[in-house]
Design a protein around this ligand. Structure first.
Ligand code: C2E
Ligand code: MG
Ligand code: MG
Length: 550
């Protein structure tokens, strides 16, 4: 448009040049003849060479203006073309990104649940026509929540990315691996001729995760629980197959089985989680929970000065459920606060009962991260102690080491208040977390509990025995008392004693029992001459290993 029309600037140039000619001609005519008539003007134009040059100016301006604006127009249109091309490319990239975001997980770049379901549906159609099988694998990282809490979400994301990369390297097309969300991954094995091929793939996944992951210079061992379902045995549509692989995965997690293939009996122990949540709330409010107590024995004196309170759920359909089956659910749904409150009150109430019965028996209560970081916790504890008229020195709160690392400042603040009241703090499952020792030494902690995974087989497993030994030394060097959990045999008990461990807890003495059964246990031990109760002091007098026995 600009190029075909006369330029505005050329027209201005011509007008200015014409005005200059008129003015100059009038001036020359007047100066030469002292009069302004048509003859004097014509004469000026005829005789003055300067005016001739000026007469040429409109043409020069017209040409120059037109030329410059043509050039500008060319440049502008070239720019316009370039920008349009850029814009188009950008739009295409954005559209591609939007499509990718809808079908892929942004963190790991793996297909998401949507694309996974779609591919699974396609694999099912293909298998139906070929009369072959499809395997659906769902995988969930064990204790990812703890790692995430201990190391922070950034490191948690890094771990997920590393897991995704390793999984991707395990699977080649047409096998598909996806991230379903959180720490849950899934894979499809289409066209399975034989179901047992699945276990080879599972072994490949396990192998891929075997080498430790590096996060912030720390080596982290990652294990995963996997659930498998097969088309057509366990379902003929994508949703059913996914749901059943999920049920199998939860069963594998609960049983620490590594992986399990779906079976209808897992449905029973994995009831719809929503129903379970409602039932748990009801159980907390209506005395549906049960508290068991497990004694801790002093290895030098045989004294039982404390018990650990361990919650169970007397479920009307599923029987007595263990905490591992419902504490994670309570943590996810905010029910952990009322649950902790119930346990704390019930435990302190029992403590008061023991006191009135003349028994000096303290109680340890387990705290979840959410309960620990509740700023109201110190007040809640003070209130509960007062309500049941129990001295703070009878109460121990058990927390895990990784909890301390989540928010060090806050943990220190809350623990100092509790410790200031006289409540003791124990670090539970010691050795399984990722705490910093220098930090631990600054915390107002009184005891550490060596995780049962190290104690259970310490008499056969040399490296676990070394860990137990080192932990006892470390605890003592930090001025802490050390207790071994998971003592199932006389040998473990003797070994712990020989290593200087202060106390022991485990099935060897007794499994956790409700208050009534615990009294009965004391009574039966007393009747067998194995236990003495004097002035409220409970002591095992026999069966205690002597150092020279070891
Ligand atoms: P924990 O605090 O480490 O408790 C010790 C667990 O080891 C208990 O399992 C106990 O029954 C088990 N145990 C004790 N001695 C032996 C033994 O000799 N051999 C073996 N194999 N196991 C032994 P339980 O009762 O199933 O509790 C599991 C976990 O659930 C507890 O681990 C604790 O972290 C959590 N928990 C229990 N009660 C509560 C609670 O009231 N609140 C919270 N937040 N968590 C709880
Ligand atoms: Mg505990
Ligand atoms: Mg423990």
């Amino acid at each position: 448009m600009l190029r075909t029309k006369a330029s505005k600037h050329a027209i201005y140039g011509v007008v200015i040049a014409l005005l200059a000619i008129v003015l100059a001609t009038l001036a020359v005519a007047f100066v030469q003849s002292s009069a302004l008539t048509l003859e004097t003007i014509v004469a000026a134009q005829k005789n003055n060479a300067a005016l001739w040059i000026l007469d040429g100016m409109p043409f020069i301006f017209a040409f120059w203006g037109q030329y410059v604006s043509s050039m500008m127009a060319y440049e502008a249109s070239a720019m316009l073309v370039d920008q349009t091309t850029d814009l188009r490319a950008h739009t295409v990239a954005l559209e591609a990104q939007a499509t990718r975001n809808a079908t892929h997980d942004q963190l790991t770049g793996l297909p998401n649940r949507f694309l996974y379901s779609d591919r699974l549906a396609q694999a099912i159609i293909m298998a139906a026509s070929e009369k072959s099988n499809v395997a659906v694998i769902i995988m969930d990282i064990d204790r990812f929540k703890e790692i995430n809490e201990a190391m922070g979400p950034y490191q948690g994301d890094r771990l997920l990315k590393q897991v995704a990369t390793r999984l991707q390297n395990t699977f080649h097309d047409p096998e598909t691996v996806a991230r379903l969300g959180g720490d849950e991954f899934a894979a499809i094995i289409p066209r399975l001729a034989q179901l047992k091929e699945t276990s080879q793939v599972i072994r490949k996944i396990e192998k891929a995760l075997e080498a430790p992951f590096m996060l912030e210079g720390l080596k982290i061992d990652v294990r995963a629980s996997m659930g498998v379902s097969f088309y057509p045995q366990h379902g003929t549509d994508a949703d059913t197959l996914l749901q059943r692989a999920d049920v199998a995965m939860y069963a594998a997690k609960r049983n620490r089985a590594g992986f399990l293939v779906y079976s209808p009996r897992y449905d029973e122990c994995s009831p719809q989680r929503l129903t379970l949540m409602g039932e748990l709330r009801h159980a907390i409010e209506n005395e549906g929970l049960v508290l068991h107590f497990q004694p801790k024995v002093d290895l030098k004196s045989g004294r039982i000065a404390e018990t650990e309170a361990l919650v169970r759920w007397a479920h009307p359909k599923h029987g007595l459920m263990l905490p591992d089956e419902f504490i994670p659910l309570a943590e996810r749904t905010g029910l952990i606060k009322p649950l902790t409150l119930w346990v704390l009150n019930k435990a302190l109430k029992q403590c008061g009962v023991w006191e009135r019965e003349g028994l000096q028996l303290g109680v340890a209560v387990n705290l979840s991260a959410q309960a620990l970081f509740d700023l109201e916790l110190p007040d809640i504890v003070t209130g509960a102690l007062a309500a049941h008229d129990v001295s703070p020195k009878r109460l121990i709160l058990e927390i895990t080491e990784s909890m301390l690392m989540v928010d060090k400042e806050r943990a220190l603040q809350i623990l100092e208040r509790l410790s200031g009241m006289g409540v003791r703090i124990a670090i539970d499952d010691f050795g399984t977390g990722y705490s910093s020792l220098s930090y631990l030494s600054k915390m107002p902690v009184n005891e550490i509990k060596i995780d049962k995974s190290f104690v259970l087989d310490m008499h056969e497993n040399k490296s676990n025995a070394v860990i137990v030994h080192a932990t006892i030394e470390l605890g003592h060097n930090l001025g802490l008392s050390v207790i071994g959990e998971g003592v199932e045999s006389a040998e473990s008990m003797a070994r712990l004693h020989a290593l200087g461990c202060d106390a022991a807890q485990g099935y060897y003495m007794t499994k956790p029992l409700d208050a009534g059964d615990l009294s009965a246990w004391f009574e039966s031990q007393r009747n067998s001459g194995l236990l003495r109760i004097e002035a409220g002091d409970i002591r095992l007098i026999s069966g205690m290993p002597q150092a020279q026995d070891v």
